[in-house]
Structure formats: structure tokens, C-alpha cells
Design a protein around this ligand. Structure first.
Ligand SMILES: C[S@@+](CC[C@H](N)C(=O)[O-])C[C@H]1O[C@@H](n2cnc3c(N)ncnc32)[C@H](O)[C@@H]1O
Length: 426
């Protein structure tokens, strides 16, 4: 991580280790090319844990020799520290961070301070990224190791806007194993290291991959920035090709969206079972409509519940009911190890008869034509495209979590159309 910083020969650098722990990253930074090429480094370590701070103090004298500048340990919450720094107009030329990984729940002490600052992120690591970006001086650099989940999905959309409207993504390193990087912390997500510079986006991004911490096994390549960082409306998202070979295939034909041809679109099923339990029944009655959930899509086995739950039609449930027709349901949970990642199944008009409608649980996403069924031809085409290896690959590159978001589905390009266009061009 420390060697990812671009050296700044002759500069007096202000550097920060956000969430310094026992100081491993500070140690690496002060021994790196960045530090050696600078005239001096003034380093600040922010750490909330008092005991760790005592331990850090013991190393200050050694670090000051390396830095040729000052090294300070600050026992503080990074969020209040960032506030104070903003007030004092303090910025940094280099920030290195391995931020805490913890979901922000109702008991998380940082929850209210973050809300008061309009920082909307679901995980503490996102707050550290957000505040670090704010603390960068022009041309300042941030290198952070974080889970991949911020790369896509609505929960991190504001963070991505913050990061990529203000910074240039220079390099991304992907650890492909979900378990090899932080096994003791139970971070069961792919992990990335990112290098950002407070500047306009550079034309190219360096990509590298290693299975785990063995960096000898690293593959690397450079790609045009829009192969990795894409904007859609006012959202940014990151796609990470699985290998250098995949990276060289351009993400061409962005205009061939699979699902955005009006009125075809996708939405998440709206029936939340625990909220509507009084209306979910097992009785077959012509007034009730089939309730489609994830067992319906699961490969191989069909559970007892599969297709046998019904939603009562009442004034309260009416808005959840679609007319009978052809719909494609896509399972919302798709762990990296599952094959295929995108699991879809067609519900046909025929199998829904003689019911008067159908409803969908929130464990599935539904592809529909403006809340009506798809034509048989549309449904077949979309099913074939979803099963295509190129679509599965697009999804892999896009998705950093175990969820299939509607936005992920809407961003898919149609491999069949791209193929048609290519043969037409030839
Ligand atoms: C994942 S550890 C990383 C430690 C060290 N940088 C490393 O890489 O070994 C995150 C550190 O952030 C600290 N931390 C957690 N919440 C914090 C907060 N709100 N402000 C400052 N530090 C915090 C934790 O005590 C922990 O030492």
C-alpha cells in the first residue's frame, strides 16, 4: 500500500494514518519511496483506542528519524478529528488507511455524528473514505484497503459520487479470495486497495489482481478509465474485470441495454413476508394470488413453500398484485461462489392461470413490462441473454456484494444484440 503513492521529490509532506491501530501502515509509509523522496514528512496518526495510542507513542522517536519531520499520535475519534481539521483548514498530501469495518447500526456511536454531517454510508469504512477525501489537499493521495462493496449498489451511491466527482481513481488492486485477507476479522468480502488522487480523472487506471496476500502472484495491466469507472445518470460505479484478459475486452456498446427498452424494466419484489404475514396464506382460492419468492428460482430443489404461498387480495394488498403474464424473476442473493451468479427463472402466463394475478416477495427482483407481463418473445430473449456467459461476466465485474441490485440488472448490456451488431459491422 505504501509503495502505491506517487513520490513527490523535495516536498514537505503532511501525512495521515486514519485508524492507525498498532502503526503498521505508518511504519510502511515512512519507509516508502514517497517518504524517502520527500524533504520531510509530518505524520499524524489518528486512533480512537487509548491503549493502542500508548503503544504508538513508544515508536514516535524512531518514526521521527525516518520522517525527518514530526510524528504525532492523536487519541481521537476520526469523525470529530475530521470536523476540527476542516474548521482549521488542515489538509493532507498523503493519507493511508485500513479503516474499521463495521456496519453502522442504531447502537454505533458514530451513527448520529455522521447523520448530523449528512454522511450517509452503511459501514464505518465508508465514513472513513468519505472524510479522507475531504481532507485531501489538491493533488493529495489516498491509499486505502477496503471491502469491495462500495463499488456498486444504492447504499454506497453517495459515497461514490463524493469520491469520483472529487478524485481521480489511479489504481485498484483486487484480492480475489473472499477469506484470505482478513480471516480473523471475518470480513467475508472481496477486498480492494484503491489509490485516489484529488484531481480530475486520469485517462487510464492501473488494475492489479492477486488471489490473497501473496503479492508475488500479482497480475497487472492498464486500462482506459471508463473500462473500470463508469457513470450512469449521476451515479458512478466500478466494474472490476476478473483478469487482465477480461480487462482488455472493452465494455463496448453501452447503448445496448438489456432491460431499459421501455416499458421493460426491473424492480425488487414488494411483499415483505414478516410485514404482511396476516395476508400470506397457503390456501388455493381464486381470490388469492401466487406469491413468488426465492425458492421458486433456486436451482435443483423446490421447497415445500415453493409456489404454494398465496397473497390474499384485499384493499391493503392490491398494490402488490401484478396481472397474470410472463415475468422473469431473479434471485437477489448471489454469493460469489454460486454458479451461475445470476439465477433467473421465467414465470409464464400459462402456469399462473387460473389465478387473477401474481405477487413477488422482496427476495427476488422481477423483470416486467411496466407492471404487466412480457411478451413471449421478449421473455425468451431476456432469458437467453441472462444465461449468456458474457452477461454473467458483466455481472461479476459489476457486483461487489452478495446481492443482485436492480441497478446491477439495469446496467447489463445485451450480449445477443452486441453480437448482432458486430456481425453486421463485419
Ligand atoms: C482495521 S484496524 C487497522 C489498524 C492499522 N491501521 C492496521 O492496518 O493494522 C482499524 C483501526 O481503526 C480504529 N478505529 C475504529 N473506529 C475509529 C474511529 N471512529 N476513529 C479513529 N479510529 C478508529 C480501531 O481502533 C483500529 O485500530
Amino acid at each position: 500500500m505504501a509503495e502505491m503513492f506517487d513520490p513527490r521529490p523535495g516536498d514537505n509532506l503532511r501525512a495521515l494514518d486514519a485508524g492507525a491501530g498498532a502503526g503498521a501502515l505508518t511504519d510502511a509509509l515512512l519507509s516508502s519511496r514517497l517518504s524517502q523522496s520527500a524533504q520531510q514528512v509530518n505524520m499524524l496518526l489518528a486512533e480512537v483506542d487509548e491503549l493502542l495510542c500508548d503503544h504508538l507513542e513508544d515508536a514516535v522517536a524512531d518514526w521521527e528519524r525516518l520522517s525527518r519531520g514530526s510524528v504525532k499520535v492523536l487519541n481521537a475519534n476520526f469523525i470529530s478529528f475530521a470536523d476540527q481539521a476542516k474548521e482549521d483548514a488542515t489538509t493532507f498530501d498523503a493519507i493511508i488507511s485500513n479503516p474499521p469495518y463495521a456496519r453502522i447500526g442504531k447502537d454505533t456511536p458514530e451513527r448520529h455524528p455522521l447523520k448530523a454531517r449528512y454522511i450517509r454510508v452503511p459501514n464505518l469504512y465508508g465514513a472513513f473514505l468519505w472524510l479522507s477525501v475531504e481532507l485531501l489537499a489538491p493533488q493529495g493521495q489516498l491509499v486505502a484497503i477496503v471491502p469491495r462493496s462500495f463499488c456498486s449498489g444504492p447504499q454506497f451511491a453517495e459515497l461514490r459520487r463524493k469520491m469520483f466527482s472529487q478524485c481521480s481513481l489511479r489504481r485498484l488492486h483486487l484480492f480475489q479470495s473472499r477469506t484470505m485477507v482478513f480471516p480473523e476479522d471475518r470480513v467475508l468480502q472481496e477486498t480492494v486497495i484503491l489509490h485516489l488522487v484529488r484531481d480530475t480523472q486520469a485517462d487510464n487506471i492501473e488494475l492489479s489482481w492477486s488471489p490473497g496476500l501473496d503479492l508475488q502472484a500479482t497480475h497487472a495491466t492498464t486500462v482506459p478509465s471508463d473500462r473500470v469507472l463508469q457513470s450512469q445518470g449521476n451515479d458512478y460505479f466500478i466494474t472490476i474485470p476478473a483478469s487482465p484478459e477480461a480487462a482488455r475486452q472493452t465494455g463496448r456498446a453501452a447503448d445496448h441495454a438489456l432491460l431499459l427498452r421501455s416499458p421493460v424494466t426491473a424492480s425488487t419484489g414488494s411483499v415483505v413476508d414478516f410485514r404482511m404475514k396476516d395476508y400470506i396464506v397457503e390456501e388455493v382460492d381464486t381470490k388469492n394470488v401466487p406469491l413468488i419468492g426465492s425458492p421458486f428460482v433456486s436451482k435443483g430443489h423446490r421447497s415445500r413453500r415453493d409456489g404454494r404461498l398465496y397473497l390474499k387480495r384485499t384493499d391493503k394488498t392490491q398494490r402488490h398484485i401484478f396481472p397474470i403474464g410472463n415475468y422473469i424473476v431473479v434471485k437477489r442473493i448471489a454469493p460469489k461462489e454460486s454458479t451461475p451468479r445470476l439465477m433467473a427463472r421465467l414465470v409464464t402466463e400459462q402456469e399462473l392461470r387460473p389465478h387473477s394475478g401474481v405477487a413477488f416477495e422482496n427476495h427476488v427482483n422481477v423483470i416486467h413490462a411496466g407492471r404487466k407481463g412480457l411478451s413471449a418473445g421478449q421473455a425468451q430473449h431476456i432469458m437467453t441473454s441472462l444465461a449468456h456467459p458474457a452477461t454473467q461476466q458483466q455481472f461479476e465485474e459489476r457486483s461487489g456484494t452478495t446481492q443482485v441490485n436492480v441497478s446491477d440488472l439495469l446496467s447489463l448490456h445485451d450480449p445477443l444484440e452486441i453480437r448482432n451488431k458486430e456481425s453486421h459491422d463485419d
